[in-house]
Design a protein around this ligand. Structure first.
Ligand SMILES: *Cc1c(COP(=O)(O)O)cnc(C)c1O
Length: 416
């Protein structure tokens, strides 16, 4: 992609935020969906449309069977989104009371609980993998606890066996928000079969996509049956709903797209892991940057590549780095900031005296997620690493006063 090739430093190494030329002439987006070859896809879509069967048809069934086989689970129920899948899972389980979940996650994880009048109880995450810490989960369990909801952060599996053990010990259902984790493995076993259900997202920000969609994987046929009713207004086909449902069906067109993107999952996971390693190597010489630890037992999907910026040794804040990269035409995001317990919807449930969420606050205030997708070139990854080095080198040499000027300039640029 010539248009995105870094331009080098004609401006004497001055970063764009300090008035230099942007390193990238065109914006490098944080994500690009992995689009399958168009001709076969369009052929399939054409025959679906010509068949007149646009929903409740064979493509969704085929998609569900294909995924169930790939994951090694008994049942997969395709739904309209991961959020709807989580909402319906908790509805189908009929839980009441509190559910222990991480605060370091996307807000939809917690919304699924609020939609079911369940009370979110936030447990801190582990500083290595950024996933919920089983020990913190146990500390948050009381007689009011009705379930555990874990997240495979950025596609790194949560500690599934430890969590399953806790779930058994306290007789609690364990559900995974597996939005990031399609293609992940835990000790070689595909993520998807742990707990009583794992819910994947197929939105375009994730590795396989049906434009919009979700997949609920479970080894419990009774739960699967309720989920099939749940996505269909709660109606199992009797015109007499079994539960309060939604219309959360996946259309035949979406399932067709999902099947085509699924074909590319292995390459996609591999490409993202290569990119992650290249970033880690590129950033290794810089002080104050650290990464999510990928355990030897884990295959991560690298849905995101996130860096923690420790402002003292790095010489600047995460926020200033974000603004400086934006000036270089590199898009980054703060996944996930603010954490749930600092958001309007969830802050009333934060109980600092029980779990102060120290690790969550620390990670969340330092995290910055970089562009990662299978089509991102090595040259662009290297260019982004150079951009960070250039910015850090420049900023770390500024006087306190000059640093202040730069901050003012950055906030003006952001306000514009
Ligand atoms: C993307 C995401 C969701 C929501 O998925 P949708 O399919 O868009 O509903 C839920 N949880 C996490 C952790 C996510 O990243």
């Amino acid at each position: 992609m010539g248009s995105e090739t870094p331009q080098g430093s004609e401006s004497g190494g001055r970063p764009a935020i300090a008035g230099g030329e942007p390193l990238f002439p065109c914006k490098v987006p944080i994500l690009k969906p992995d689009i399958p070859p168009l001709d076969p896809l369009l052929g399939d879509l054409r025959s679906v449309i010509a068949s007149g069967m646009l929903t409740n048809g064979p493509k969704v069934q085929k998609f569900e069977r294909t995924i169930a086989e790939f994951l090694g689970v008994r049942e997969v129920v395709a739904v309209s989104s991961c959020t709807a899948g989580l909402m319906l899972t908790f509805r189908a389980l009929g839980l009441r009371g509190e559910v222990v979940l991480p605060s370091f996650t996307f807000h939809a994880t917690g919304s699924a609980l609020l939609w079911n009048n369940l009370i979110p109880v936030f447990a801190d995450c582990d500083p290595d993998t950024f996933c919920i810490d089983p020990q913190r989960v146990e500390e948050n369990i009381t007689e009011r606890t009705a379930g555990i909801l874990a997240v495979h952060m950025y596609g790194h599996p949560a500690k599934a066996r430890e969590l399953e053990e806790l779930a058994r010990k306290y007789s609690l259902p364990l559900i995974f928000d597996a939005a990031h984790a399609f293609g992940a493995r835990y000790h070689g076993v595909p993520v998807g079969g742990f707990g009583c259900a794992e819910v994947f997202s197929l939105s375009p920000t994730k590795l396989i996509t049906s434009a919009e969609g979700g997949l609920v994987a479970t080894n419990d046929p009774k739960l699967a049956k309720l989920m099939r009713a749940g996505r269909n207004y709660g109606d199992p086909g009797t015109y007499d709903p079994e539960l309060l449902g939604l219309n959360a069906r996946m259309s035949e067109l979406h399932a067709t797209l999902g099947l085509h993107t699924f074909n590319r999952i292995q390459e996609n996971v591999q490409a993202r892991n290569m990119i992650r390693l290249r970033y880690e190597k590129g950033f290794s010489s810089l002080p104050g940057l650290s990464f999510q630890k990928i355990h030897s037992w884990a295959q991560s999907t690298c849905k995101d590549f996130s860096v923690l910026v420790d402002p003292e040794p790095f010489g600047m804040s995460r926020d200033l780095l974000c603004d400086a990269l934006a000036a270089e035409n590199v898009e980054t995001k703060k996944y996930f900031y603010p954490p749930l317990h600092r958001q309007k919807q969830f802050s009333p449930y934060y109980r600092p005296q029980v779990d102060p969420l120290v690790v969550t606050d620390k990670i969340s205030s330092r995290v910055l997620s970089f562009p990662i997708y299978s089509a991102l070139s090595v040259a662009d990854v290297d260019g982004i690493c150079e951009a960070v080095k250039g910015i850090q080198g420049y900023v770390s040499k500024l006087s306190v006063e000059e640093h202040g000027h730069l901050l003012a300039r950055a906030s003006l640029a952001v306000a514009r």
